[in-house]
Write a protein that binds this ligand. Structure first.
Ligand SMILES: [Zn+2]
Length: 208
């Protein structure tokens, strides 16, 4: 089993390779595919946004069998996301969970717009996503940030990531126990569309 700290190092190394434009070879080869047909041991679970510009395997330079990826617009946490994280942790021993949001997230922008000017005909399904983002960004609109649209979006993106990470940490008995007893670690990270850098800013151990 790969510890959360080691997993975090692997992701950081992978993001450095992505930034440098040097992809590692072999990780998607037919040989690797054959090896994995009988089982998997992904070393990290990524709960990321569906945004086409933030594919976890690419921005962390990983291959087949490396990451257990859950993608949903706005990297929100609903019961099926909690269940997916539990599944990977219990079945495959995956010890690191990363909530991966990104700059200029369209769902966060849509939520800010919705709070400021409600639309009448929003679909019920889309509303279910916006409603999960709303509580983490709404308080920002009563702060001084409301006068600075760019800063508001930056803070809202991070708030949404932190709230999702917190929901995973406290979202189920199973995950709470694994955090207490089995070294499960949930961290929040923001990918910059502009620079390609992933900044792990939430829940990372100080000496790690
Ligand atoms: Zn997004």
């Amino acid at each position: 089993m790969i510890s959360a700290r080691e997993a975090l190092e692997r992701l950081r190394d992978g993001n450095r390779r992505f930034l440098a434009g040097v992809r590692s070879g072999g990780v998607t080869s037919p040989t690797r595919r054959n090896e994995l047909a009988s089982g998997q041991e992904p070393f990290a679970t990524i709960l990321g946004c569906s945004d086409s510009r933030v594919p976890a395997e690419i921005v962390f330079d990983q291959g087949l069998g490396d990451l257990f990826v859950i993608r949903v617009a706005g990297n929100i946490v609903a019961p099926s996301q909690v269940g997916s994280v539990e599944f990977a942790a219990e079945r495959f021993g995956t010890r690191l969970v990363v909530v991966l949001g990104h700059s200029q997230c369209g769902v966060v922008l849509a939520t800010l717009e919705e709070i400021q000017q409600a639309t009448e005909n929003q679909s019920r399904n889309l509303r279910s996503i916006v409603d999960r983002v709303r509580p983490s960004v709404e308080p920002l609109l009563t702060s001084e940030l409301r006068h600075d649209p760019e800063a508001l979006v930056r803070h809202a993106v991070r708030a949404n990531i932190s709230v999702s990470a917190s929901h995973l940490r406290h979202g189920s008995e199973v995950l709470e126990q694994m955090i207490r007893n089995d070294g499960l670690l949930v961290v929040g990270a923001e990918y910059s569309l502009e620079t390609g850098i992933v900044d792990f800013f939430d829940g990372v151990p100080q000496d790690g």
